[in-house]
Ligand binder design. Structure first.
Ligand code: NAD
Ligand code: ZN
Length: 344
């Protein structure tokens, strides 16, 4: 089969011919229908050799969707032909954290070498992929796989980031979304679907600001120091109740810290080098800071249900496997609109 692999440090990924895998006991073989490209892939491919820990060659793609093609020995709870999306942050399934569904924080995954597809295990940017356990598959019914596949990360990660802040996002409150890309444009929609807060998006470039408004932001502002005053003004001097930072560099976390009011949440999702220091004299009283990773299995079921209800919709641009390297170039150049999806 054909697959997009990252084969050597610092080189662009390439399409290669590799053997089609066969499912072992407990495993499921998917015929891949769609695979999403995430900024985290670019981050991983930018790492120097001494920090790169995902193995080579690496079949990319931690957002996967497919149709069940074959079942390994002992798998009785699934049927061949079912359309599914893949829950990516695989855990052991039996530690106390996994038992809550939060397999992204599995207590033993690192020790046992359990890694997500596309981030250690062979990923979804291939004609077929192996999923280690059937609990990592969520049926998508008649959702279009291209617009469903980003739900597994670009949908799930903002959902998990936003959900704990919902009790604070009462009518009249304001949430700020920094970075209206793959994750951010879903964050805007999830906030609008689940709360009645006002949503202010921050990004760079008129096209991105227009895009943020199109997907539901009440206001879209250029992401620089001027946004701090603008947010204060929009909120009658109060400030934001929650800031979701899908960039996470020092410039954006600094904006977040300046925009919030008392008892607010700063949620750092982007994997930049940014940080917020919290202290009695440095941040408004009772500011909470979180840095969540991905999401839980039950939450992926919820996100798929939200998409099925029509309340959220992923904007996508599609690429073939051969065109996939250019999807990452477009991501780097910040010219993508929503999520890049590879259809192998
Ligand atoms: P993306 O490239 O699709 O979107 C990034 C957006 O941020 C773009 O619209 C870009 O124009 C905008 N941007 C860049 N610099 C900005 C700035 N200074 N101010 C405001 N906007 C700016 O990326 P993505 O796939 O949505 O990923 C977003 C971030 O989230 C990445 O850092 C990615 O690695 C990270 N991520 C984290 C998790 C997690 O579990 N915490 C999961 C997935 C992705
Ligand atoms: Zn576990």
């Amino acid at each position: 089969m054909r697959a997009l692999q990252y084969t050597s440090i610092g080189r662009p990924p390439e399409v290669v011919e590799i053997p089609t895998p066969e499912p072992g006991p407990g495993e499921v073989l998917l015929k891949v229908t769609a695979a999403g490209a995430c900024h985290s892939d670019e981050f991983v491919m930018s790492l120097p050799e001494d920090q790169y820990a995902y193995g080579l060659p690496l079949t990319l793609g931690h957002e996967g969707a497919g149709v069940v093609a074959a079942l390994g020995e002992g798998v009785t709870e699934l049927e061949v032909g079912t359309a599914v999306a893949v829950y990516g942050p695989w855990g052991c399934g039996s530690c106390r954290t996994c038992l809550t569904g939060a397999e992204q924080y599995c207590e033993v995954a690192a020790k046992r070498g359990i890694m997500p597809p596309g981030l250690g295990a062979p990923g979804a940017m291939a004609e077929y992929m192996i999923v280690d356990r059937s609990r990592h598959l969520v049926p998508i019914g008649d959702l279009d796989p291209v617009s469903a596949v980003p739900l597994t990360d670009a949908g799930l990660t903002p959902y998990h980031a936003i959900k704990p802040s919902l009790p604070k996002l009462v009518p009249g409150s304001t949430a700020v979304v920094i970075g209206a890309g793959g994750l951010g444009h879903m964050g805007i929609q999830i906030l609008k679907a689940l709360s009645s807060c006002r949503v202010v998006a921050l990004d760079v470039g008129e096209d991105k600001l227009a895009f943020a408004r199109e997907v539901g932001a009440d206001h879209a502002l250029t992401s620089d120091e001027s946004a701090v005053d603008a947010v204060r003004e929009l909120t009658g001097g109060r400030g934001a109740t929650a800031v979701f930072d899908f960039v996470g560099v020092q410039a954006t976390t600094a904006l977040a810290a300046q925009m919030v009011h008392f008892q607010s949440d700063i949620v750092i999702v982007g994997v930049g080098d940014g940080a917020v220091s919290v202290g009695f004299f440095t941040t408004p009283w009772e500011t909470s800071v979180r840095s969540p990773y991905w999401g839980t299995i039950p939450e992926l079921h919820e996100v798929v249900a939200l998409a099925q209800s029509g309340a959220i919709h992923v904007e996508t641009e599609t690429f073939s496997l051969d065109e996939a390297p250019s999807a990452y170039e477009r991501m780097h150049a910040r010219t993508l609109r929503g999520r890049a999806v590879i259809v192998p």
